[in-house]
Design a protein around this ligand. Sequence first.
Ligand SMILES: CCCCC/C=C\C/C=C\C/C=C\C/C=C\CCCC(=O)SCCNC(=O)CCNC(=O)[C@H](O)C(C)(C)COP(=O)(O)OP(=O)(O)OC[C@H]1O[C@@H](n2cnc3c(N)ncnc32)[C@H](O)[C@@H]1OP(=O)(O)O
Length: 194
Amino acid sequence: MSGTSAALQPPADAEKPVRHPDAPAPGELLGAHYEQCFGCGGGQSHGLHLAARAGEGVTVTAAFTVQPAHQGAPGLAHGGVLATALDETLGSLNWLLRTIAVTGRLETDFVRPVPVGTVLYLEAEVTAVSRRKIYSTATGRIGGPDGPVAVRADALFIEVAVEHFVHHGREEEIKAAMNDPDQVRRTRAFEVNP
Ligand SMILES: CCCCC/C=C\C/C=C\C/C=C\C/C=C\CCCC(=O)SCCNC(=O)CCNC(=O)[C@H](O)C(C)(C)COP(=O)(O)OP(=O)(O)OC[C@H]1O[C@@H](n2cnc3c(N)ncnc32)[C@H](O)[C@@H]1OP(=O)(O)O
């Protein structure tokens, strides 16, 4: 059974997403937006180390291997970890729009159990944009990129200003990232429609 709540239905006047002209080329790895991110950062030993790659249009693909640290039931991935993988993949789409956005709503279907050691192949796409609201959808497959769907999600991301992270997060780290001399890292973290 699956379904999407009314909050995830784009309004009639929603627009098609527009890939930013400076978005990474299809096939390019996006890299982590933050070293300590549980989803994509290299600095989290039990994190997902999810590597997302730009696709055509406003799409990404990503993969991660379920580790023993990600279990819920013995030998099986925790559903919250799988939701995190979907959330992270969906979040990385915003990089192709060059928009800073946070997850407002994430609706997940768990279709098949995902054993430890499995590679989860993720695909995500922005479907519509309405002012600050970004509508997107994702699937996670097992057994190969064309294997059966194990998890899927629909999401609503909300555009925010950098100040969101300054006010609610660790100001000094955000300011340091904004002053990072590595332009790619700085841009990856923060730049909005330059
Ligand atoms: C060391 C340096 C660090 C560098 C990195 C730092 C940052 C990197 C920058 C970008 C990276 C960002 C993400 C990373 C990528 C992936 C990670 C996964 C993503 C996440 O894991 S991210 C964490 C979880 N996430 C949150 O932590 C959000 C908590 N939350 C809030 O902060 C507020 O709640 C907010 C901002 C969402 C909205 O607040 P707000 O006041 O700005 O806006 P407002 O409420 O007016 O909503 C405006 C319109 O959205 C509709 N709307 C809002 N919320 C809705 C909902 N839930 N359902 C349905 N509709 C909703 C309203 O109905 C209205 O719609 P309308 O315009 O039609 O009236």
